[in-house]
Design a protein around this ligand. Sequence first.
Ligand SMILES: [Zn+2]
Length: 108
Amino acid sequence: MNKYQEALDELCTCTEGWNSEHCCSHAEWRQASEYLENCRKLLQELVDRATPKKVLNMYMFVYMNEYTVKTGQCPFCKRGLGINEVTKSPKFCPDCGQALEWTDADAK
Ligand SMILES: [Zn+2]
């Protein structure tokens, strides 16, 4: 189980019975709130990672005089993105899992 799943599970467990007026004391509530905030941040991290970000220093070149391929740098870990398949650029960084967006703002 990864930390995101763990955070999500904890969040779900903690929020059970939130509608109840007598679920916990003020101190417990405060502690739970802080804990949930931490969980929320982890989930935000996951959401961010899953949201495509623009590839850095993206450039196109012609491979084997036949295919136009794109390459660049991961926007999160700055890893150089190799070409895995001739006609496709990776949708996720093979190193950190960042979702990648290959659209070129200057192209259209
Ligand atoms: Zn990366």
